[in-house]
Design a protein around this ligand. Structure first.
Ligand code: ADP
Ligand code: MG
Length: 248
């Protein structure tokens, strides 16, 4: 077993007006360097969980800890949302440099590294374009590069491809998988899309009823045959449907 990068223990989170807590005693370890996909139906609490891991929101009860860091401090984290949220008045290169303007990131960003990333991940030709000159898929790739250009230890993605045309989704998923492998950081992606989970995950955690992890699957990516994928898909789909029916 590897080391644990993030540990959520007995995490509770409620919002005013909801009868049940969104997270109801959630336990989840995120291992250093893994690609974890948190799968769950709409409203199951995926974004809430991701925002808490990102430090954009807080648990009501329970703890979130970072056992791996020396001072137990939150590691540098990059976040990608469903929409790319690029600044329309800045070029691609300037958008990527934007993260480097913040004091917290200044010593972690350098323009040479950003250009290397653009080059390595197929976007060098877009560096001088403005967001309105990009396709949806290109814009989302830029948003990912912007998030990783400040050298995060942890990359968090909230349904990053769900607004895109299904025809290009698989390409972007493969692109993200390559990027995560090559840069080697811990990645957590939340999605309601089982096929996306199967395409990317080293581990899938199903967020089920009661705001807890209902079941987990470890995927042996090296030996992942089509028939194994199909078997797993059927199994996960059945569990996913159960959890959706219970929350509906
Ligand atoms: P998911 O991302 O899985 O679709 P969310 O985490 O966005 O789910 O939301 C889980 C539940 O919490 C939903 O019922 C949603 O309406 C509710 N919720 C999320 N954020 C807030 C908020 N700021 N105030 C009130 N309710 C919220
Ligand atoms: Mg969401």
């Amino acid at each position: 077993m590897g080391t644990v990068a993030v540990r959520v223990a007995q995490g509770y989170k409620s919002f005013p007006g909801l009868t049940e807590p969104v997270l109801g005693g959630l336990d989840l370890d995120i291992d250093t360097g893994e690609f974890l996909v948190v799968l769950g139906s709409s409203g199951s609490g995926k974004s809430t969980l991701l925002r808490i891991v990102a430090g954009l929101d807080q648990l009501d009860r329970g703890t979130i800890t970072w056992p791996e860091t020396d001072d137990a401090a939150r590691p540098h984290t990059g976040v990608v949302f469903q929409q790319p949220l690029l600044m329309p008045w800045l070029t691609v290169r300037e958008n990527i440099g934007f993260g480097g303007r913040f004091a917290a990131h200044r010593d972690r960003f350098d323009a040479v590294y950003a250009d290397e990333l653009l080059d390595a991940f197929g976007l060098a030709g877009l560096a001088d374009r403005y967001p309105e000159q990009l396709s949806g898929g290109q814009a989302q790739r830029v948003a990912v590069i912007r998030a990783v250009a400040v050298r995060p230890r942890l990359l968090l993605l909230d349904e990053p491809f769900s607004a895109l045309d299904p025809a290009i989704r698989a390409d972007l998923q493969d692109w993200l998988g390559d990027l995560a492998r090559e840069l080697g950081f811990t990645t957590v992606l939340v999605t309601h899309d089982i096929d996306e989970a199967l395409r990317l995950a080293g581990r899938i955690a199903l967020l089920g009823t009661g705001g807890r992890v209902q079941q987990q699957w470890h995927l042996d990516r090296a030996g992942f045959t089509d028939s194994e994928r199909q078997r797993l898909r059927t199994e996960i789909f059945a569990r996913y449907r159960d959890s959706t029916l219970e929350t509906a």
